[in-house]
Design a protein around this ligand. Structure first.
Ligand SMILES: Nc1ncnc2c1ncn2[C@@H]1O[C@H](COP(=O)(O)OP(=O)(O)OP(=O)(O)O)[C@@H](O)[C@H]1O
Ligand SMILES: [Mg+2]
Length: 330
C-alpha cells in the first residue's frame, strides 16, 4: 500500500482542520501550558503531557501545518522509545492519545546531542554548510580537503550544539567546551556520548532493515531527580533526523544529485529552490509541499513500524484535551 493510502487517512480533510495546538484555557484546571515550536506541553508536576501538533518549524519558525504530522511524530517516538529502553532509561510513561506522550519531567541538559554519519545538511550548524564555507576544524573534529556533499564519514560523530532559549539559534560547541564550561558534568557527558552512539547504531540498523538510511539525528537528554541520565523529547523522527531512501542514495550521489529526503530537509530544500536563503521571513508552507511532507513522514512511519498509521480523527484538539484530562484525573 503506498504511503498515505492507509484506510481512513484523508490528507484533504486533515488539512481542512489542521491541529495547530490546544487552547491553554481548556486545561487550565490541570496545569499551565508551555508552547514549543512543535509541541504544546502541559505541566502536570512530576510529569509532562507532550502534545505533538501538526505545526512544522524550520528556519527557527513555524511555517505552517502538515496533516497527520503530530500523530506520526508522537507514535514513531513511542515506537523507538520501546526499542531503545534496554540502552538508556527513557522519559516515556504512556501515550494516552496518538498525539500525546506522558513523560517523566526531567532537568534537560543544555545541549542538543547531534550524531551524524554523513557530510550533509543545509542549516547554519550543519556539517556540510560549515565545510562548504571552508571550515576544516569543526565541533573539535578535523576534516580533510576534497570531500563532497553527502559523503559518508568514517564513523558516526557527535556534533553538539547549545540548546538556545526559545527563539535563539543553536550554536556549535565542542565536547571539551561542554565539560570544561561546566554545561554537563564530565562523567555525565561520557555516559551521554556513549548512549547517543549506541542509540544511533540501533537506529541505523532498524532503519536499514526498513530500506531507509538514518543519516543524522538530534537527541536531548535530561537528569531525573536522582541525577540519572534519561533520554527525553523525541527519538528518530523525521523531524529530529534525516532519513534517506536507501535504494537510490549511491546512484544519486555518484550523479551529483541529492538523495531522496524523507524528512524536514525536503521542506528546507524546497524553500531553497524557491529562492529562500534563510534571511528574513520565510513564505508560508503551501498545501502541495505540506502534502508532500505528510507523505514522506507517513512513508518513514510505515517503513519502520511495518504498519500503516491508524489515523486518529480530526479535529484533534477535543480528543487530545479529553485524553490529557482523563490521564490526570482518571
Ligand atoms: N522529559 C522532559 N522533561 C523536560 N523537558 C522536556 C522533556 N521532554 C521534552 N522536553 C522539552 O519540551 C519541549 C518540547 O517542545 P517542542 O518540541 O515544541 O520544542 P522545540 O520545537 O524543540 O523548541 P523549543 O524547545 O525552542 O520550544 C522541548 O523544549 C524539550 O526540551
Ligand atoms: Mg523539539
Amino acid at each position: 500500500m503506498p504511503p498515505g493510502k492507509a484506510p481512513g487517512l484523508d490528507l484533504g480533510r486533515a488539512m481542512a482542520s489542521p491541529f495547530t495546538g490546544i487552547d491553554p484555557a481548556s486545561v487550565e484546571d490541570i496545569g499551565p501550558v508551555v508552547r514549543g515550536k512543535v509541541r504544546d506541553v502541559v505541566d502536570l508536576g512530576d510529569h509532562l503531557a507532550l502534545i505533538a501538533t501538526d505545526r512544522l518549524s524550520a528556519f527557527d519558525r513555524v511555517l505552517g501545518t502538515v496533516p497527520y504530522r503530530g500523530q506520526v511524530l508522537n507514535q514513531l517516538s513511542a515506537w523507538w522509545f520501546d526499542r531503545i529502553a534496554d540502552l538508556v532509561p527513557t522519559h516515556m510513561v504512556v501515550t494516552p492519545d496518538p498525539n500525546v506522550m506522558i513523560a517523566r519531567r526531567c532537568r534537560p541538559l543544555p545541549v542538543e546531542v547531534v550524531v551524524r554519519s554523513r557530510l550533509t545538511g543545509s542549516t547554519g550548524t550543519s556539517l556540510w554548510t560549515l565545510y562548504a564555507a571552508g571550515a576544516r576544524h569543526v565541533y573539535g573534529i578535523r576534516f580533510p580537503d576534497g570531500l563532497r556533499k553527502n559523503d559518508p564519514l568514517p564513523q558516526p560523530i557527535i556534533t553538539p550544539t547549545t540548546k538556545g532559549a526559545s527563539g535563539a539559534h543553536d550554536r556549535p560547541i565542542t565536547e571539551s567546551d561542554i565539560v570544561e564550561g561546566g554545561l554537563v558534568a564530565d562523567g555525565t557527558w561520557e555516559e551521554v556520548r556513549s548512549v547517543a552512539l549506541a542509540v544511533f547504531e540501533r537506529g541505523r540498523q532498524a532503519a536499514g532493515e526498513a530500506g531507509l538510511a538514518l543519516v543524522d539525528t538530534k537527541y536531548e537528554f535530561g537528569l531525573d531527580p536522582d541525577g540519572g541520565v534519561v533520554i527525553i523529547d523525541e527519538v528518530h523522527t523525521p523531524d529530529s533526523s534525516r532519513f534517506w531512501r536507501s535504494a537510490t542514495v549511491e546512484k544519486r550521489r555518484a550523479a551529483g544529485a541529492e538523495p531522496e529526503n524523507l524528512d524536514k530537509e525536503l521542506v528546507r530544500l524546497a524553500y531553497a529552490a524557491q529562492g529562500f536563503t534563510g534571511d528574513g521571513d520565510p513564505p508560508p508552507l503551501g498545501s502541495d509541499l505540506a502534502a508532500r511532507a505528510a507523505r514522506a513522514y507517513l512513508e518513514v512511519f510505515e517503513a519502520l513500524t511495518r504498519r500503516p498509521l491508524a489515523p486518529a480523527p480530526y479535529p484533534a484538539a477535543p480528543r487530545v484535551v479529553a485524553a490529557v484530562c482523563a490521564y490526570h484525573r482518571p
